[in-house]
Design a protein around this ligand. Structure first.
Ligand code: SIN
Length: 299
């Protein structure tokens, strides 16, 4: 007899992070919070330290009514740490660390940037730690972004399964994604450079269970778009394991979903989350800009 799958229970603790500098309002039980009462460029040094701790606690934060310029966006990104290399774009003119994600109203595409569950660029030896994203223009409905809490998903595995996963190393490579995008779009996707393309193909091996460098929290490091194998396993052995972990991690209980508004800014911690960009707003323009903060080698 099998146990039927039921929604996970217990150990959901997305209580509001307390700070004298701003208020946080949790978005879902699993993760995410709105930050209220501050404009990002006005955060004091002390407020900014609290803001980072709030991010580590909630894993995704968002703020309404920010309406940042490219310069303000880049300055805020720089406060989070050195910028990461973006494999896909060279940034906007005058602000090379601010990367556009724009879909025009008349564009119809079978696939969009970030359209599958992923963590940013895990194929790099030192994948980005934090991503910020802001909306300038968006559809009246659709175009939401979803995130999932991979640390919470890890805690909801049995101890036996957790212990089995801990010594494993996942091969993160962009090869499957490049091939899928080419098939769907009928053309090769563009890269910032040939070196970025080659690194994406080659990929990197990382711990399948990683430890957050700031908080010590353990998390699955899994990715539907880029996890392409498990070190020492055949493809036939690795694929069902990866598929199970993705299905487990992306179940609704571990996620949150953001309804964007122009002027909004969101940021998330790639070290223990995946996210999904939508492809459900044909006929509407969506104009977004993002920055990524460099990370360290996952351990
Ligand atoms: C991304 O994957 O960074 C983009 C998400 C989005 O456009 O909502």
């Amino acid at each position: 007899m099998w146990e039927v799958r039921v929604t996970p229970s217990g150990e959901f603790d997305n209580h509001p992070f307390e700070s004298p500098h701003f208020e946080t309002r949790p978005l879902a039980s699993a993760m995410g919070a709105e930050v209220v009462g501050v404009r990002l460029p006005d955060l004091s040094d002390e407020g900014f330290e609290d803001f980072k701790q709030a991010l580590y606690h909630h894993k995704m934060l968002y703020l309404r009514g920010q309406h940042l310029t490219h310069a303000e966006h880049e300055e805020f990104g720089a406060r989070l740490g050195p910028f990461a290399v973006d494999a896909y774009t060279k940034g906007v003119e005058g602000h090379r660390n601010v990367h556009p994600i724009i879909k025009e109203a008349e564009t119809k595409a079978a696939s969009l940037f970030g359209g599958g569950w992923h963590t940013d660029s895990p194929f790099l030896p030192e994948p980005p730690a934090i991503t910020t994203l802001r909306q300038v223009e968006g559809p009246p409905y659709g175009g939401d972004t979803s995130w999932t809490n991979c640390a919470l998903a890890f805690r909801h595995l049995s101890k036996t399964y957790q212990d089995m996963l801990r010594p494993l190393r996942v091969w993160m490579s962009a090869a499957n994604n490049f091939a899928t995008q080419e098939k769907l779009l009928g053309k090769a996707i563009s890269f910032a450079s040939e070196e970025e393309y080659q690194q994406g193909m080659r990929g990197s091996h990382h711990p399948l269970v990683r430890t957050h460098p700031e908080t010590g929290e353990e998390s699955l490091y899994i990715c539907d778009t880029y996890a392409a194998g498990i070190e020492g396993m055949t493809t036939h052995e690795a694929k069902p394991l990866i598929d199970f972990l993705v299905a487990h991690t992306t179940q609704q209980a571990f996620t949150c979903r953001l309804r964007w508004e122009p002027g909004m800014v969101a940021l998330w911690d790639n070290r223990l989350t995946m996210h999904l960009g939508p492809n459900d707003y044909d006929g509407w323009r969506r104009e977004m800009y993002r920055t990524t903060t460099a990370g360290t080698k996952p351990v």
